[in-house]
Design a protein around this ligand. Structure first.
Ligand SMILES: NC(=O)c1ccc[n+]([C@@H]2O[C@H](COP(=O)([O-])OP(=O)(O)OC[C@H]3O[C@@H](n4cnc5c(N)ncnc54)[C@H](O)[C@@H]3O)[C@@H](O)[C@H]2O)c1
Length: 390
């Protein structure tokens, strides 16, 4: 029988936007959740000074600039991958081979082949768990939406309608950061934002997307070279380069369960900052979630007498709503950072119990999301419906 862990040493790879979100999660998780203790052992980045500063700010015991050495350290239990997409597979596979549990940021990898290699490595790493950071699954309202679907409250699902709308690169002088380079990101808002809403749709409905047709567009084709400075900010120079990802990606899809789905991801939606919204229309009711109002879930119950029908605005902050009970009294709302704390809590619980996290997703599960993404990329080129293989 596996030894029960009382403390787990974490190595974090990546120090900027997600590095900060995950550092906060590992720092906070044991304040709210009774779980094996997360020890912030080592943070790893590329620049020595910046990584050292990160370690000091967030209380990591050590700083490193060598991820290979870091993931092989004997005293590390969990490797948390928060680097750009192109090196998720390499780092995660190396960490699994070194006998670590792995939490990897989304999208799981650049393509399905890499996801499959990661899943294979995960299967071979006996007793080691793997998790993908699709954090919107851990918004209490999203988790509750899934419960309502599972309880049959909306009946058969006819429509899954999702958008993820941002505008942070609309300035043509916004630099050509890694997120706009195909060899580092794999794709633009498609792998970044469609990945989230496809995962959330699969999570809430329990359905799989079987075929897709899509249209992609790159509006600004050349930009100044530059780098991310943290969050979604960046700094550029005077030389320019070619944008090699799409700026917007629209998908229509059909599901195994017979629903029609649509997904729209763009970084050119003027007026929208992080407009992640999901609406699901079923025979008996409907659900609507908007991330910028993340403590609420809208529910339409068509089983009520017609005179009473209307959208119910549920404040998802009761102690028996998913996740919320760990935090505050009802009505004392939570935020973006709690989605990451919830992931850390689920990882620690799963590792402590020696089984996959209840609401996943594992590498194998996230490979399904990647299959949909890849089929949509094929469709954008072929201009035809493409099977996802899901
Ligand atoms: N779950 C979410 O909502 C969410 C939000 C944003 C980003 N992400 C994902 O998180 C990942 C990181 O994105 P980000 O926004 O934090 O990027 P970022 O540019 O802000 O930070 C990337 C970090 O990775 C480090 N890095 C790159 N190569 C490295 C290497 N070889 N060794 C060590 N460190 C290395 C960089 O130094 C930097 O600290 C991406 O996969 C992205 O898709 C997820």
């Amino acid at each position: 029988m596996a030894k029960k862990a009382s403390a787990l040493n974490v190595a974090l790879i990546g120090t900027k936007f997600m590095g900060k979100a995950h550092s906060n999660a590992w720092s906070q998780v044991n304040h709210f959740w009774q779980r094996p203790r997360a020890v912030k052992k080592v943070v790893c980045g590329r620049d020595e000074q910046g990584t050292q500063a990160m370690a000091e700010t967030w209380g990591w015991e050590e700083a490193s600039t060598d991820w290979q050495k870091t993931v092989r350290r004997k005293d590390i239990d969990i490797v948390d991958v928060c680097t750009p997409n192109h090196n998720h597979a390499e780092i995660a596979i190396e960490a699994l081979k070194a006998g670590k549990h792995v939490l990897c940021e989304k999208p799981l990898a650049m393509n399905v082949a890499e996801c499959e290699a990661m899943t294979k490595a995960a299967k071979a790493a006996k007793g080691k768990l793997n998790f993908v950071c699709y954090n919107y699954r851990r918004v209490p309202a999203v988790s509750y939406a899934r419960q309502l679907v599972q309880e049959g409250r909306i009946g058969r699902v006819y429509h899954i309608r999702c958008v993820y709308l941002q505008s942070w690169i609309m300035d043509p002088n916004f630099p050509l950061v890694w997120r706009l380079q195909g060899d580092l990101a794999g794709s633009g808002p498609h792998g970044d934002l469609n990945a989230h809403i496809i995962d959330a749709a699969r999570f809430i409905t329990g359905d799989e997307i079987t075929e897709v047709v899509s249209a992609f567009e790159t509006f600004i084709k050349e930009r100044p070279l530059g780098a991310m400075t943290g969050g979604l900010s960046a700094k550029g120079g005077s030389k320019t380069g070619k944008v090699t990802v799409e700026d917007a990606a629209l998908i229509l899809g059909r599901t195994q369960g017979g629903a029609l789905a649509s997904f729209e991801a763009t970084r050119f939606a003027q007026g929208r900052k992080n407009g992640n919204a999901i609406e699901i229309n079923g025979e008996k009711g409907a659900l609507r979630f908007e991330f910028e109002d993340m403590n609420r879930l809208k529910f339409y119950d068509a089983t009520q007498p017609s005179k009473l029908q209307g959208w119910t605005d549920i404040l998802v902050t009761e102690a028996d709503h998913p996740y919320f009970g760990a935090y505050w009294p009802a009505g004392h709302i939570i935020g973006y950072e709690h989605t990451f704390i919830n992931i850390a809590a689920d990882c620690l619980e799963a590792i402590g119990a020696g089984k996959a996290a209840q609401c996943g997703p594992t590498f194998a599960d996230s490979t399904q999301t990647q299959r949909v993404l890849e089929a949509a990329q094929r469709s954008a080129k072929s201009k035809k419906w493409e099977k996802t293989g899901c």
